[in-house]
Design a protein around this ligand. Sequence first.
Ligand code: PLP
Ligand code: COI
Length: 336
Amino acid sequence: MDIDWESLGFTYMDTSSHLRYNCCNGAWDDGELHDEPYVNLHIGATALHYGQSAFEGLKAFSCQDGTVRIFRPQENARRMKDTASRIMIEPVPEAMFLDAIERVVRANIEYVPPYGTGGSLYIRPLLFGSSPRIGVCPAAEYSFIVFVIPVGDYYKGDLAPVSAIVMDEFDRSAPLGVGHVKVAGNYSPGLRPSMSANEQGFPIILYLDAAEHKYVDEFGTSNFIAITRDGTYVTPASQSILPSVTNKTLMALAEAEGIAVERRPVAFEEIAEFAEVAACGTAVVITPVNRIVRGDTTIEIGPREGCGPVLKRLYNKVRGIQVGELPDPDGWTHAV
Ligand code: PLP
Ligand code: COI
């Protein structure tokens, strides 16, 4: 194992093992660790044909006191249950989810980036229909896999701002569709637009509401957050965005600091009025967005370099709690 902890990006690498459970007739087994990163899957598995597949993303951190702590795993357990319910997957009980996360982190403890490197252990729970159906209906059997990867920044660098593009020719999710849950099928339709955005120099896409293209929904893999000129935290209310654990955390931290928080429809035109805008999520943490382009319109937001002051403060707070440098009064971190 020869890892340069300081220069990790967000890329796949093999670790010691992953954990795999199977569910047959509604009963989950006890799960087993596997060294080889492969599964033997039936060619008729519903996950492969009909996208009966869900995933989650959360992180574990090496802390100042030498412990390893997982950040808000109960939130991901609950969200995975909601996702499973929406696409008729046998749900993973919350206690089993939490135990699985802990087991896999313990089994790969040497892959948790050391304290002070800025890295973390990304945990990827994956849940899918594994038995065959050719008519469109739910599988009889399911697999629940949890694997881990040491990661650094998703985008280029620590709080370096990125430019976003609105592509009016693509939508992310329909108003009564599945944008509010973490199904695998929400991500492959984003591949073509994001490839095209990357080619034009935009690492991130901002999606608008599919019905009218009038309101901000979210970025492809993260929520939209903004700070108004009078210091209010604003984030879109929409039925087709993923309820982000990071956003929920930041809203709570903002409120604790006396910052007003508004969750409401955000018209695209309002972006020009914001003092700070960022993408937030487990993988991207807080990534400032200082330029948003839509056709001939370019909106510049906040400082040219780095992050605006309010989001920077919230970033420091959340990172501080995650790595045990700040108190955790709400018990968000879970020691392994
Ligand atoms: N929105 C989308 C579409 C996502 O894929 C993610 C990542 O999981 C998020 C938002 C952020 O959610 P969280 O903060 O729970 O990681
Ligand atoms: C996460 O932030 O955990 C995500 O799942 C985003 C991902 C699609 C890279």
